[in-house]
Design a protein around this ligand. Structure first.
Ligand SMILES: Nc1nc2c(c(=O)[nH]1)N[C@H]1C(S)=C(S)[C@@H](COP(=O)(O)OP(=O)(O)OC[C@H]3O[C@@H](n4cnc5c(=O)[nH]c(N)nc54)[C@H](O)[C@@H]3O)O[C@H]1N2
Ligand SMILES: Nc1nc2c(c(=O)[nH]1)N[C@H]1C(S)=C(S)[C@@H](COP(=O)(O)OP(=O)(O)OC[C@H]3O[C@@H](n4cnc5c(=O)[nH]c(N)nc54)[C@H](O)[C@@H]3O)O[C@H]1N2
Ligand SMILES: [Mo]
Length: 768
């Protein structure tokens, strides 16, 4: 049976073992692992060429996370273990050639685990899967563009096509891609952000008028309190740890809010420093708040109440009345609701005691400059938008936005996910952007909003969408409700994946399927003898250049810019007013167009060439202006919500191991959590293991329950772990079949990947 219908153990996982969690991140082991992976994949020469240019001023931007580089004196090794792995994955010498596809049928490949697919190497040639065929076969680029154009132009309406983007795409390619899509006639631009920080954008636009973080790296080093909620920086943003260490050296206190004692939050050993090589490293969190899944809104509301009470006891010491009077709306309503918060509800919802709540409140009260950082632990909840609004309230109350050392810091995932959004990858770009686009190019962009990721799946499922094009990413494995999504994609007439590496989305396909191989961040991109460069925006709105320098894996690869331009000309015809050929020949011309259309990008070509690039405007950060509907920063007032654990059930969060990049699996170990040799593990509190009549090392099925429906993921090893009672954790994407498509966050429509109600069913003969 293919893996597609039965998520049986992906590989022989029976050797997976748990050796106990570590409380420290990085250290010399991290350097060793990254070098070993790099040399395995790239060989010694390419390793040296790649790693010495990673995140350097004349090098390329790390294809790992969106954490910014430090300005000024960059270290020679401005990267981390997981950045090195991301580079090794892309710059690998292994290749997936036409011969590879001739050797393997689709069914054979689809039966392979995600890890195996990830390890096969770089795609080298455009390939087509004809209707009914069982092998991908080579196709010329021109024929591939023709095929797509014919399918698109035969649709009843442009809204029957979907154009997905993952967040590695450069600004130039993203700008042209949305221009193609809007010229063609739809706003169907779902992206990975819909599953990621959409809740942050939605909440921040309501509260402060712009959906981006308001701090810089420098602000973090100036802060006296940094609250980090729902984020695992030791694995997912390792370079953040050296900034946290610096902040601590400057006297900052760190509050970590997480159901799990993640290694990087507890201790950090900087491998580039002596005390990181010997010794135990630096303790990171001053206060570890082991919160129940989904309890964060209650935590922030409870803290709000304690802060207001402290203000009552010593008026003028906590609440920044001047800031609120000048810049905010809704404070009185917020204060009234917050004063009424029941602290017993707070301790219940969060699982923390009153003493700790008071300690954290005291740290906030003593703070003059506070930053709140967060990631998926907050965004992938039903009440994510309200939770982030509540965190923002704490900052607004204290006037802690738009001043040095203070503000909001949603820590982005993909290296250019923020830039893609700035460039127009959004199903509901504002009118000002669309009209600027129209007047620059003489086109008429559609105004009707398009589908986001969840709605795109629904549209395919219901036969309202028939062509799927993916600019990067691995749609079928990244999205929720795998069985539904697979059926949705299979019902398409055409699926197209513009990719660097082989993945599941090439194997779960429409009637006809195309793989278009593209250059990655590390590859050199030469057009008519001239070296091209692209640009990206990091999590803190810095825009800078990225120049690949490695020899690409095949001369058949095209850059994303080239693919979009040629596809656009074929789809839109010779008379279309956009100068696609000019854009493809010289990326400077794309940047000139960006400068004309995208707010804050004036003089783009010149400013992006400055040594560290330039920072995009952010009115709250720059001048305490809040471009919201009220023209003021809005206190968010929402009914208090948290996640309850139904009787006999667990609430499961789906998260990343230390050895993966989203759906790309680097290896089978999760070093900091002490897991070796497999991924089908479920972390459970020891008291739950006992309560549920299980034993450590039992094998269980995970069954999710939602709206009277059940979904099952088979054969996981039970690992006792420090997580609040009632809460469990297991890796994504193996658990995506459990995440219901219709279980999404209010307002942002983000799948709730961090609160899946499950029960555990012991497998026959399930004990080891
Ligand atoms: N090496 C590597 N780097 C990456 C990625 C990768 O896969 N590998 N992915 C990139 C991407 S796209 C993203 S979005 C980021 C993701 O970065 P993270 O958000 O750090 O990723 P997750 O592994 O989903 O971890 C979520 C964290 O939130 C905690 N958590 C879960 N539920 C709750 C809750 O209810 N409340 C609180 N307070 N905490 C909770 C979990 O215990 C975990 O520590 O990383 C980016 N960087
Ligand atoms: N259950 C659960 N589901 C989740 C999450 C979760 O925490 N839990 N997290 C969500 C989040 S935060 C995110 S961001 C999404 C990620 O969703 P995606 O971005 O769709 O997934 P990735 O695994 O990052 O995509 C990897 C593929 O991108 C292609 N690729 C890599 N680099 C490039 C490039 O430069 N150009 C092009 N064209 N292609 C490239 C490669 O072929 C590779 O196979 O998953 C979401 N899904
Ligand atoms: Mo993400």
């Amino acid at each position: 049976m293919s893996r597609g219908t039965d998520y049986q153990a992906d590989y022989d996982d029976h050797d997976v073992i748990s050796t106990g969690a570590k409380d420290e991140a990085a250290g010399v082991k991290a350097v060793m692992v990254s070098m070993q992976r790099a040399i395995e994949q790239m060989g010694p020469l390419r390793t040296a060429a790649a790693l010495t240019r990673l995140n350097q001023r004349h090098g390329f931007d790390c294809p790992g996370c969106a954490w910014p580089e430090e300005h000024g004196g960059r270290k020679l090794a401005e990267f981390c273990e997981n950045g090195a792995k991301a580079v090794a994955e892309e710059a690998t010498k292994r290749v997936v050639t036409p011969e590879f596809f001739a050797r393997h049928t689709i069914a054979e490949l689809d039966a392979k685990p995600e890890y195996w697919l990830s390890q096969q190497g770089r795609l080298t040639h455009p390939m087509v899967l004809a209707p009914g065929d069982d092998h991908y076969r080579p196709i010329s680029w021109d024929a591939a563009y023709r095929l797509i154009a014919d399918e698109l132009n035969a649709l009843g309406s442009p809204d029957e096509a979907l154009f997905y983007t993952s967040g590695r795409t450069s600004n130039e390619a993203a700008f042209l891609y949305q221009l193609l899509v809007r010229s063609y006639g739809t706003n169907n631009l779902p992206d990975c952000s819909n599953m990621c920080h959409e809740s942050s954008g939605t909440a921040l636009i309501e509260s402060i008028g712009i959906g981006k973080g308001s701090v810089t790296v420098e602000d973090l080093t100036l802060a006296d309190v940094i609250l980090i909620a729902g984020q695992n920086p030791g694995t997912n943003h390792p370079r953040m740890l050296s900034i946290l260490e610096k902040a601590k050296a400057n006297g900052a206190k760190i509050i970590a809010v997480n159901p799990l004692p993640e290694a990087g939050l507890i201790r950090f050993k900087d491998p580039q420093k002596v005390n990181g090589v010997v010794g135990h490293g630096v303790p990171i969190a001053d206060e570890f708040v082991q919160i129940r899944i989904g309890g964060d809104m209650a935590l922030f509301a409870g803290l709000g109440r304690l802060l207001l009470e402290a203000e009552d006891n010593a008026p003028g010491t906590v609440v920044d009345r001047e800031f609120i009077a000048a810049h905010c709306a809704g404070f009185d309503e917020y204060a009234a609701q917050t004063r009424a918060v029941d602290l017993d509800v707070v301790t219940d919802a969060t699982g923390i005691d009153r003493a700790q709540l008071q300690r954290v409140a005291d740290m906030l009260i003593a703070s003059q400059r506070m930053v709140v950082c967060w990631a998926m632990g907050l965004t992938q909840q039903t009440h994510a938008v309200a939770t982030i609004g509540e965190a923002t309230n704490l900052l607004l109350m204290r006037g802690m936005i738009g001043k040095p050392g203070a503000g909001v810091c949603p820590v982005r995932g993909h290296s250019n996910v923020q830039g893609d959004r700035t460039m127009g990858i959004w199903e509901k770009m504002p009118e000002a952007f669309l009209s600027a686009l129209d007047s620059r190019f003489g086109i008429v962009s559609p105004r009707k909003h398009g589908y986001d990721t969840v709605d795109a799946i629904r549209a395919m499922r219901d036969g309202r969408a028939k062509v799927f094009i993916g600019m990067g990413g691995n749609f079928v494995s990244a999205t929720p409700d795998t069985e539904v999504t697979e059926a949705a994609l299979r019902s398409c007439s055409l699926t197209v994946q513009i990719s660097t590496k082989l993945n599941r989305s090439h194997l779960v396909h429409g009637r006809t399927a195309l793989i278009l191989p593209t250059l990655g961040r590390t590859d050199r991109d030469i057009i008519d003898g001239r070296k091209q460069q692209v640009s990206v925006e990091d999590s803190m709105s810095m825009v800078h250049l990225s120049r690949g320098s490695l020899h690409p894996p095949s001369d058949q690869l095209r850059s994303e810019v080239a693919i979009v331009c040629q596809l656009a000309r074929t789809v839109l015809g010779p008379d279309h007013p956009v100068p696609w050929e000019t854009f493809a020949a010289d990326y400077d011309t794309v940047r000139d167009a960006i400068a004309a259309v995208v707010p804050g990008c004036t003089d783009y070509n010149k400013r992006v060439r400055r040594p560290d690039g330039f920072q995009l405007p952010h009115p709250p950060r720059d001048s305490r202006e809040f471009p919201t509907t009220t023209g003021k920063a809005n206190f968010a007032v929402n009914p208090l919500e948290w996640v309850e654990v139904p009787e006999g059930r667990l609430v499961l969060q789906t998260l990343r191991s230390h050895d993966q990049y989203n759906t790309t699996i680097y290896g089978l170990d999760d070093r900091y959590r002490g897991v070796k040799g497999g991924r089908r593990v479920v972390f459970v509190n020891p008291s739950d293991i006992e309560r549920l009549g299980l034993r450590p090392d039992d094998r269980v099925d995970l069954i999710s329950e939602f709206d009277g429906q059940e979904r099952r993921a088979k054969d996981f090893l039970v690992v006792p772990y420090s997580t609040p009672a009632g809460n469990a954790a297991a890796y994504y994407p193996e658990t995506n079949p459990l995440v219901p498509l219709d279980h999404t966050a209010k307002k942002s429509n983000t799948p709730v990947s961090k609160a899946v109600v499950i029960r555990l069913e012991r497998r026959e003969g399930g004990a080891r």
